[in-house]
Ligand binder design. Structure first.
Ligand code: SAM
Length: 293
């Protein structure tokens, strides 16, 4: 498979447009990101050393976290060849971009890096055009060296991620996969680390309000903007091969469109071993659950 010059992707333009689309879906996105940052700093009592963004798409959230915490090793994972290509082309070198399927039976999530938990296949090492769909994490699919087992925590905070985020990602996965993902997250977190899952996450104590908020103002426009963004990508010749690969990837992985309630996600993270879980942020039907490892 050949490599395209990354400049042909014009990732800055596509990523900026993506950001607008996501803000259409989650109008409070910047408030959510601020809430995550404040919570992580407070929970840890320091900036996070290692951050993992699950389903990071083209890497706009990962890039902002890296800007906020310049000393942190920020890793993002995704499965979409188009979005991975945009991420690899667009994120700063401090952000590592990995290909991984969050819906696969775990543990196949993270590479075993010789130095612990840092990603060993960042934006520079991985293929710049996203065509190496599995190469970036093929070096080790087991529990990374230095990680903790299901039952035991690592001996030092540096053994795991201080912060794991999943923004508008888990609704792609079926419930049992989300539970498995939470178990895996717990395994790879530093003790006291914070998991934040933001998604369509209704409050099942407020069914009539949740129903009244469905659809949210602007939701139809956001859906249209999403379709338009993908339509334009589909028409751009530089994405032709990546779009074919994308079709292959999602043929067997249609989005589950699962919108578990805050209570559902809270129970799932507790069952996965997190010792605390609760609501961090809400805006309409969108919410973020925080869980402390
Ligand atoms: C709505 S997008 C959100 C992207 C990003 N978090 C953001 O806020 O810009 C959902 C992301 O989840 C990714 N995703 C869906 N299923 C996945 C899977 N099985 N493994 C890894 N990533 C997945 C998609 O490719 C997409 O990038």
């Amino acid at each position: 498979m050949g490599r395209m010059p990354t400049t042909t992707l014009d990732s800055a333009r596509w990523r900026a447009a993506w950001d607008e689309v996501m803000t259409g879906f989650v109008p409070g996105l910047s408030a959510l990101e601020a809430a995550i940052a404040v919570a992580a700093d407070a929970a840890l009592g320091r900036p996070p050393f290692r951050v993992l963004d699950l389903g990071g798409g083209p890497g706009v959230v990962a890039e902002r976290m890296s800007a906020r915490w310049p000393e942190a090793a920020v890793t993002m994972v995704d499965i979409d060849p188009v979005l991975l290509a945009l991420a690899r082309d667009g994120v700063p070198p401090a952000v590592s971009v990995l290909t991984a399927d969050l819906g696969e039976p775990l543990p196949a999530l993270l590479p075993a890096a010789s130095n612990g938990w840092s990603a060993d296949a960042g934006s520079a090492a991985a293929g710049s055009n996203g065509l190496d769909a599995t190469g970036s994490w093929a070096s080790g699919n087991g529990l990374a060296a230095g990680g903790r087992s299901e039952a035991t925590h690592g001996s030092a905070a540096s053994d795991g991620y201080d912060l794991i985020t999943a923004v508008m990602t888990v609704h792609y996965l079926r419930p049992e996969r989300i539970r498995a993902l939470y178990r895996r997250c717990h395994q790879v977190m530093a003790p006291g680390g914070l998991l934040v899952v933001a998604d369509l996450m209704p409050d099942d104590g407020l069914p009539s309000l949740m129903s009244a908020l469905n659809p949210a103002p602007g939701e139809a426009a956001a859906e249209l903007a999403w379709v338009q963004w993908w339509g334009e990508v589909g028409e751009a010749p530089e994405f032709a091969r990546l779009m074919e690969l994308r079709a292959d990837v999602f043929r067997d992985r249609p989005p589950a469109d699962f919108a578990g309630s805050v209570a559902w996600h809270g129970a799932a993270v507790r069952a996965a071993g997190f010792r605390e879980a609760g609501l961090l942020w809400r805006d309409g039907r969108h919410a973020a659950l925080a869980a402390v490892a």
